[in-house]
Structure formats: structure tokens, C-alpha cells
Design a protein around this ligand. Sequence first.
Ligand code: ARG
Length: 279
Amino acid sequence: MTVMPAMEPAPARTALRRHYLMCRPEHFAVTYAINPWMDPAAGADAARAVAQWEALRAAYLRLGHEVSLIEPVAGLPDMVFAANGALVVGGRVYGARFTHAERRAEGPAYAAWLRANGFGEVREPEHVNEGEGDFLTLDHVILAGTGFRTEIAAHQEAQEFLGRPVVTLRLVDPRFYHLDTALFPLDGGNVAYFPGAFSPGSRAVLERLFPEAVVADERDAAVLGLNAVCDGRNVVINAEAEGLIGALREHGYDPVPVDLSELRKAGGGPKCCTLELRG
Ligand code: ARG
């Protein structure tokens, strides 16, 4: 007779207090299309975007996190997506250099805010990279996306500047043009992701690095459910990602559903609106 192993209960998860930088979407609009989510003909409603964004900020504050704000700039409708503004690790700032001309001015704007707010070491990047949109930081490794925006040369530049191993992951589906639309860290050593967004080789890398990963399906990915923010326990996530929300609960996490449907018209979700400042 074979003895079935008992189902292990999900371990208790621990939240760590974070410091986030956000940008109120006062000038939000969809006036150009640089990813498949954006339709300038359909437009977007800035007032609705602000209301949804305020609820996101309130959720972070309720969870005990610190939120700093950068002043929005007229004419930069995507500036709400703070994640793209830089990569901040160990108090050092690797600046962003945007792919598309429409967003290029955001890089210097975020770098200036960080300099003015106590981050002395700001690296002006030589290579195209979109900050935390394509760089996700874990304890022992930084995962870095390429294929649509950030160049591999920037992965190497970031590794050299930050002194942390950077692992390149290739994105292959234009709907998931930034790494943070297809994967998010659950804690310093594990992730959730949608395999279909990655090349076969990168999928194999993820399986090897994260055998315990929470794997999401296409339906969760298609509502930007992977564009989530986890503090080790609480997961701020698009409410429409119902399957993933259930899976996270089973793994011992506390999902905090939010409605960012207006910002999704520009291809963004909770994580896009959030730049983590790691001191
Ligand atoms: N419209 C923006 C772009 O295409 C959305 C950026 C979303 N940010 C993110 N971290 N995925 O650049």
C-alpha cells in the first residue's frame, strides 16, 4: 500500500514595510500607442484614473507602507507609471532611458526627484532601459526583461553598477512588453509568472530558479494580473485576476484587489504605478 504524503498547509507569510514612489495621473491620457493596450481613438478619462490611483495609494498606506509623490508633468501622460522611472537598489539609482520619444523626458524627471530626495548616487544610463518595468529585484538576483524595451546591454550595465547578478529573460508576446506585466516577486526568493510571455529558454530558466513559483494562466495575464505588488504577504493586484487571486490565497498570501481598469487602457496596472525605493 502506498502512503500519500499529507498536504502541507501554506506557510505563514511575513510582510515587510516598503517605501514607494508614485505619480498622481493628473495629466493621464492615451494620445499615442506604444503598446497593444493603447488606443488613442478610444482615449481615457483622467479623473477616473486619478480616483482609481487614489484607491491604490490608500491601499498601500492601509498596509503600512510609506508613499512618496513626484509632481506630474503636463505633456507626459504616462508619467503615472513610476515603475519605469528608475531602478533603486541599496540606495543606488540606475536611471531610466526610454525606448520611445514620447516618454523620454520622464527619465531625467525621476532622476532629478531622486537626487533631490537623498539619493546621491544616480547613474545616467548609457543603454535603453525602462527601470523597474524591466528590472525586478529579489534577494540574490535581479530579473531583467528584454525583447520590447530594455536592451541586454542595460542588463550588463545595471549588474556592473549595482554589483548584483542580473538574469536576462526574453519576452515574446507584445501584450507583455515589460517584465512586470508577466512576473512579480512574491518575496526575496520566489515569484509568480505567466510562462506564455517568455521564450522557451527563459521559461526553462524560470523553472530552474523558481521550482515553487505560482504559475498564472493566460486569463489572469490578459487582465494584467501579473502586474502586482507583493510585500511578502499582501498582494495588491487587479481585481479581475480571479484565478490568480485564488491561487495566491492557497499559497498563504493575502490578495488586496484593486480596480485600475482606466490605467489599463495605457497598458498599466498596480506595479506600473509603483517604484520601490530600496534604501
Ligand atoms: N503606456 C506605458 C508604456 O507603454 C505603460 C507603461 C507601463 N509600465 C510598466 N511598468 N509596465 O510605456
